[in-house]
Design a protein around this ligand. Sequence first.
Ligand code: AMP
Ligand code: ZN
Length: 117
Amino acid sequence: MSDCIFCKIVNGEIPSETVYNGPHVTAFRDINPVAPVHVLIVPNRHIDDIRDPRAFEDDILTEMFDAANKVAEMEGVAGSGYRLLINYGPDANLVVPHLHLHLIGGRPLGPMVSRRK
Ligand code: AMP
Ligand code: ZN
């Protein structure tokens, strides 16, 4: 998609720190990390979000989660643990409408979701 920031990253039109390339996915460092390790894993082709039926085609999700396992090993957090996160919609604060899996780790992350209202 021409005006999609993650499509531009995948196509090399916007710089990013890529940490892993799979056949159909790319993993790069989040520009505003919330932890020492914060990597985004995205499909190379544009898919809007986790409710987009294209996410369930061609083993895209399988490849994304397989890439997450590899990135966790490469980033040294496979033993210490990490969090995998997909946001959807306003309540989850989805900002970039190109499917992405957050891999977050490198420090104790605390409870999964804040109990603050
Ligand atoms: P989400 O709230 O799930 O849509 O998360 C989008 C993520 O994309 C945020 O954590 C941003 O910091 C990250 N992000 C936005 N622009 C860039 C960029 N140019 N390079 C790397 N990460 C980005
Ligand atoms: Zn895109």
